[in-house]
Design a protein. Sequence first.
Length: 243
Amino acid sequence: MSGHSKWANIKRKKGANDAIRAKLTTKIGREITVAVRMGGADPTGNMRLKLALSKAKSNNIPKDNINRAIQKGLGASDGSNYEELVYEGYGPAGSAVMLDIMTDNRNRTAADIRHLFSKYGGNLGETGCVGWMFHKKAIFVVDKETYSDEDGLMTIALEAGAEDFTANDDTFEITAAPEDFDAISQALEENKIETVEAEITMIPDTTVKLEGKDAEKMQTLMDMLEEHDDVQNVYSNYEIEEE
């Protein structure tokens, strides 16, 4: 499993306990609220909202929660004081970590995140220290159990603008430039192909393989960062054996 495999993280979160599920619901709701406030409630013309709704769908967020988040975005409260930041740092053995932050208290969040890095064998770095290792990409993951025609899916994806297509053990993975997200989404929908993950994420150019204690510390660090209330997304370039 690679550290940047967000769909693997999502699968793990789906089986997590209720407390973590509740936090995930809150974070996605917050993202929907801010997206609506910034670009309106119509996902057709609001890419950020479309991505947030896709994430809500893949995580089985109840429709009532989604609707409440949209209504908050259309209102004048809750979300207007959030500041969006990107934190960068290093995990065990020099692995790279990037965080999307949404906070109403920059000082509190910085102290919390710095503490987590230090506790689990890493350190919070300066802006730009690892960002150059990552590139923004659109990622789509299709479960082979729901769609097994590899050649058909590859043709659909490439004709819609995909840059790469990979067949894994249980899934097909489509990679594209962020600006092609809409075209590929539409092509998949028109062919009634469901995705288990569809998002714009940060993909590292290279990965760092971790083993033993370093792997354990990194996994714990990632878990703790993902569970933090102010961390919306976590990206890393670590790679560990699945077991």
